[in-house]
Design a protein around this ligand. Structure first.
Ligand SMILES: *Cc1c(COP(=O)(O)O)cnc(C)c1O
Length: 356
């Protein structure tokens, strides 16, 4: 048995299942988004697990792409955001596929090419890319940069996770107006949320969150398996008297004699401090509430007097234990945020274990 006080377990088979389910559902190529260390699941191991299923990987930054190349990942790697002119040399050196969203970067890249690129068309997200109304002129100017080969064209949806898909339609219309004059390129748009909108699939889909078995909204068009479990251990158990407070600021006061357990996870591990006096964990297959403030390294939970719990026992923060389950969506909801943020805040201090 390993000795780590808190760790995550990543089910790579679940990720493979999800990738195949997405490919089966859409019938399109898969650009597997593994930015931010594969949403906290470990980008290198996820890339290895998806090597046979993904047609391409996508990361957010040049640095992330380089780390994958250094780990012997040879599939095409798309860098989703415009890089800096200072990064053109490593892009070419490491064989990454950059995104073009402005002319200055395209020119700088052309100095060091040849390189395949994808062009980001801004159809309403308004955070990056070439505006759809200027795209035709931009694409025709790009033809003068002879060391750039435009392999793909994409856009990104701003509101595909909302029940009302009318802005998806607006963006699809704007994107299609550009595509009408484009031939032979790899066209892609769909993030996880857009997997429920078949006409957004084009030649490839570009999901991140769904690969990890999590849904971006209440729509569940594909059967997915969650891949991440987050565990810790009981570090101390005692019984406190009525009226005693717990943790910094004594924000919890025991209404009667109360059994308490310290669990070895805190905000220094990425467990949200906002779950103070509001989160729940699984111990012995039962839900137990967090009492008092979440500290940097530990938290305190309330036990029932009959709980058969010992120091060293497993505690589940996200995942299943016995018949009980705490989903990441529940944790995110309680923390007032989204699953994406919970995942990417899990600290590198944690050890990750991978199951096949
Ligand atoms: C992060 C990202 C994705 C994946 O989004 P999910 O909601 O995780 O599926 C796709 N495309 C771009 C441009 C992104 O930044």
């Amino acid at each position: 048995m390993h000795y780590f006080r808190t760790h995550t377990e990543i089910d790579l088979q679940a990720i493979q299942h999800n990738a195949e389910a997405i490919k089966g559902h859409t019938g399109k190529k898969l650009i597997a988004v593994i930015k931010a260390d594969a949403y906290g699941h470990g980008a290198v191991r996820v890339a290895e697990a998806l090597d046979a299923t993904a047609d391409m990987f996508a990361v957010a930054t040049v640095e992330e792409g380089i780390a994958l190349r250094q780990a012997d990942i040879h599939k095409p790697i798309l860098v989703l955001f415009s890089s800096l002119p200072a990064q053109v040399a490593p892009i070419v050196e490491y064989g990454l596929t950059p995104t073009i969203g402005d002319w200055e970067f395209a020119k700088a890249l052309n100095e060091v090419g040849p390189v395949k690129v994808h062009v980001n068309i801004n159809t309403g997200m308004n955070r990056s890319g070439v505006c759809y109304t200027e795209a035709m002129e931009f694409l025709s100017n790009l033809k003068t940069l002879h060391r750039l080969e435009v392999e793909g064209l994409f856009t990104h949806f701003a509101a595909a996770d909302e029940a009302d898909k009318s802005f998806v339609s607006v963006q699809l219309k704007r994107f299609s107006s550009v595509l009408a004059n484009v031939d032979g390129k790899m066209i892609h748009a769909a993030n996880s949320a857009a997997l429920s909108v078949p006409e957004s699939s084009f030649d490839a889909v570009r999901p991140g969150l769904s690969l990890y078995g999590i849904y971006p909204s209440t729509e569940k068009p594909i059967e997915l398996k969650p891949a991440l479990t987050w565990k810790t251990r009981v570090g101390w158990i005692d019984t406190i008297s009525e009226g005693e407070g717990v943790s910094y600021g004594l924000t919890y006061k025991a209404p009667q004699q109360t059994r308490v357990a310290m669990v070895q996870v805190g905000y220094g591990d990425g467990y949200p401090r906002v779950l103070s006096n509001s989160g729940e964990v699984l111990i012995g297959g039962a839900r137990r509430p967090i009492i008092g403030r979440v500290c940097m390294d530990v938290s305190v939970v309330q036990l029932q007097s009959e709980d058969n719990v010992s120091v060293g026992d497993e505690v589940v923060l996200i995942g299943r234990q016995g018949n009980a389950e705490i989903t990441i969506d529940e944790v995110a909801h309680r923390a007032g945020t989204i699953s994406y943020e919970i995942l990417t805040q899990i600290s590198p201090r944690l050890k990750r274990f991978f199951n096949y």
